[in-house]
Ligand binder design. Sequence first.
Ligand code: FAD
Length: 362
Amino acid sequence: MGKKHKVYFDPVDIEIEVDEEETVLDAAFRQGVILMHGCRQGQCSACKAFLLDGDLEMDPFSTFALNEAEEEEGFVLLCKSYAYSDLEVELIAYHEDMLETGIPIQMIHAEVEEIEELTHDIRKLVLNLVDPPEMNFTPGQYAELYIPGSETHRAYSMANTTTTSQRAEFIIKIYPGGRFSGMLDGELKVGDKMRVKVPFGVFSLREKSDGDIVMVGGGSGMAPIFSILRHMVETGNERKATYYYGARTKKDLFYLDELKEMEEKLPNFKFVPALSEPEDGDEWDGETGMVTDVMQRLEGDLTGTEAYLAGPPPMVDAAVPILEMMGVDKEHVFFDKFTTTGEMEGSEKKEESGPTFPGMPG
Ligand SMILES: Cc1cc2nc3c(=O)[nH]c(=O)nc-3n(C[C@H](O)[C@H](O)[C@H](O)COP(=O)(O)OP(=O)(O)OC[C@H]3O[C@@H](n4cnc5c(N)ncnc54)[C@H](O)[C@@H]3O)c2cc1C
């Protein structure tokens, strides 16, 4: 343990204590203060804040998340910041409903219960939680899964809800050579032991609102949206919601029956799958094109609508300006960018926990 300092957050009037050996973000979590965050790897910029007073140092981060000019001005990434004096920090964004949810972050010992092939490159991974035997989270949040036998971890969104809190269900896309996802192609076996740290993330349904909802997902970005939809079914949510899901070809689609069933259970929910590169034999009479274009073509004025986006960073980056142009208030665009862990283009220094690869800007 190192020296302790105080951190005061403006404008929410919250003070926490931080040890010199932990990041400001982790210190806040430890004290039940859930600040805005995304990847926790210095790559997505969700935890960007402004340092009003005090001394801190930052570990390496991607310049896509915080560029040099911003750093000089005084902006910081709280997931990479270590305090060396008392600090005063201005939060740029915060999620009032989650700020003091107080859901403690837990390390759970689990066992692989099931690995199911959903498509040629997407797997459902189910973990049985052993110690403690259940977890608490808000639908849309993610867990950090530790690669067996190492301290390296990767972020994966839960696809289930807390009604099945003794298990954790994930939807994971396999990247050949991917340190963790690659293990789902035969290496990881039922019964293998894994550690899971949970919950993280602020991507969740704004429960107090009754505005219409537009969801946009791609690939394994299905996971947090599926969790939110399951939660909407469980709570009998009647809000109008349309879910646009992008895949390349028909063989990349999955959970079509489950989503159809949700359409039957939720009176105002519609699922719209779109194929960007349908193959000749696909026999597809659904929507075609980039999922963002399909959404733009089928939706009109979106003033008053909330948007929930999850999946690859380029898809999220393409959707945000389109949604804003269509009338969605900037404050009502919520997203979960699946940034990757290895070194990325624009990285200041090499990350220690992941291999080097040319990734996508976060
Ligand atoms: C908040 C958050 C939530 C996430 N939720 C999910 C989820 O629910 N499901 C899910 O599948 N993923 C999710 N991710 C991404 C996940 O954390 C990993 O980054 C991803 O699975 C790759 O990890 P890996 O260990 O397999 O690959 P790494 O070992 O990190 O990368 C090695 C190789 O894999 C390839 N690769 C890895 N990622 C990509 C990519 N995005 N595009 C192209 N090539 C790539 C590259 O060839 C690279 O050289 C999430 C990320 C974040 C930040």
